[in-house]
Design a protein around this ligand. Sequence first.
Ligand code: TMP
Ligand code: ASP
Length: 235
Amino acid sequence: MKKELIYEGKAKKIFSTEDKDVYLQEFKDDATAFNGVKKDKIPHKGEFNNYISSEIFIHLKKNGIPNHFIGKISDTEMLVRKVNIIKIEVVCRNIAAGSLVKKFGFSEGAVLDKPIVEFYLKSDELGDPLFTEDHIYSLGLADSHELSTIKKMTLMINSILIKYFAAKGIRLVDFKLEFGKDKSGNIILADEISPDTCRLWDSITNKKLDKDRFRFDLGEVEEAYREIKNRLTAQ
Ligand code: TMP
Ligand code: ASP
């Protein structure tokens, strides 16, 4: 199935396949934080994130959100539709945490009146800076119609996932999305949705069940990812 390595990121590898419209996405155990400054492996993370992302993509598709997922083909691999990734990281927040606390002085855990959507330039070299819609237009990354589609899709995904996680005893604090354009030029959801890219807190105890356990050396990192996988895949 795998042909050549097209791209290797910090947590995934993308391979071409015999079908020119299909890529294979392989999830790695490698974990990085703070733009690669902190590095380690989290045992079984690749497998957990592949299961978790697959479940979420399936749920989003059922709820009308077009995405690149085709099917899970092994513990750590999924087939995805080929897209050109739009170089914008879209973050959506429901509860204050992370950089909202560090950069803007919100109190951690404060519930936001309405979701905050932010755009970051996807560039490791530049450290993924926060940027505005005008920067996006000037850089030619998306036009206003495309950006409004991306924002609308993000808020729809947020509503769907808040309910989805709540039913599993999880609060969706915030998350990061990436979108791509398929061969017809349609904007679809791509990349992954996992404890690497979301903040997920237990609904009762507020225990962090995501990559913050790795970022801030909170311990029980593998256990947190396993817990999310188990809650999402339990019947
Ligand atoms: P932040 O509070 O550090 O800005 O992160 C917001 C959300 O985005 C959080 O759920 C983690 C996720 N995220 C990524 O997926 N990749 C990144 O490079 C960063 C900085 C955050
Ligand atoms: N993904 C980013 C990094 O590697 C940042 C993060 O998730 O904290 O370094």
